[in-house]
Ligand binder design. Structure first.
Ligand SMILES: Nc1ncnc2c1ncn2[C@@H]1O[C@H](COP(=O)(O)OP(=O)(O)OP(=O)(O)O)[C@@H](O)[C@H]1O
Length: 260
């Protein structure tokens, strides 16, 4: 595995919230010897990973390298063929996908409130909507929203449960470039405010370097590169060190591609 670090001043995080102040001072995620095969196809062979509470980790790699498989194992949606996955309880984890998966027959606020109990469920859902910039849109139907707004609702639906671990599987993959940039800013703000641990699967190395503390390259069934990103936040793509790291990760990915 390659370890790399770009040195740059780090801005202090905002005062941490409950999720970041892990009283056990334990890890948010611990994988040991994780393997996953589908029949004769060995997708993950022996993968070890420690993620600290409040860390933002991006998973990149060639199509089919096993990023989504790994996220599914961490989410508890699938079981590893071998090895151990420690990622907290179902209640502590939330998943967000490329499509928002909203129920079209429920109003926006009711989509966010799904699974909540108690008399304040609607208020909490409204508050979560406000946090993603959709105050006042709760009574609309999902069909009236744009793709970016639907992903904001999906984000609110995850955050309303105050997750300790947010798993993001290409959540911005279907959005246009400008909307993606807005969503980057929003996700980063929410992460700083709430202190959850984030695991983002993305094809976009620029997105990974913009958002993550660590960029992991998955290849050959394991972690081929673990790059620490110490650039100040919010990150400008023109900041010193940004392009260098982006280029280094890309070169690793391209280096693995067979020559045509
Ligand atoms: N349920 C399944 N049954 C059989 N093979 C599977 C299953 N799920 C995933 N695979 C295989 O595992 C490999 C890894 O798939 P995975 O979706 O994790 O890749 P990925 O890195 O997320 O790809 P992409 O970037 O294209 O989304 C692929 O070869 C895929 O065909």
């Amino acid at each position: 595995m390659w370890l790399t670090e770009i040195d740059a001043p780090v801005l202090p995080r905002e005062p941490s919230t409950e999720a970041a102040r892990d009283p056990s001072n334990g890890l948010a995620l611990r994988l040991r010897g994780v393997a996953k095969s589908f029949g004769a196809r060995h997708v993950l062979t022996s993968l070890d990973l420690d993620v600290a509470p409040g860390e933002f980790v991006a998973l990149v790699g060639r199509s089919g390298c096993g990023k989504s498989t790994l996220l599914r194992l961490i989410a508890g949606l699938d079981a590893p063929s071998a090895g151990g996955v420690e990622a907290g309880t179902d209640q502590e984890r939330r998943l967000m996908f490329q499509d928002a998966r909203l129920l079209p027959w429920k109003r926006v606020v009711d989509n966010v409130a799904l699974g909540l109990t108690g008399r304040d469920a609607r208020d909490r859902a409204m508050e979560a909507l406000a946090q993603v910039g959709l105050a006042g849109r709760g009574d609309e139907w999902p069909a009236t929203l744009s793709g970016g707004q639907r992903q904001r609702v999906a984000l609110a639906r995850a955050l309303v449960h105050r997750p300790r671990l947010l798993l993001l599987d290409e959540p911005l993959g279907a959005l246009d470039a400008l909307t993606r940039l807005e969503m980057h800013r929003l996700i980063e703000q929410l992460w700083r405010r709430h202190g959850f641990t984030a695991l983002l699967v993305t094809h976009d190395v620029t997105e990974a370097v913009a958002l993550a503390d660590r960029v992991l390259l998955i290849d050959g069934g394991g972690i081929a590169l673990d790059a620490t990103v110490s650039l100040p936040r919010p990150r400008a793509r023109t900041a010193p060190g940004f392009a260098e790291l982006e280029d280094r990760v890309l070169r690793h990915i391209i280096g693995q591609l067979p020559l045509a």
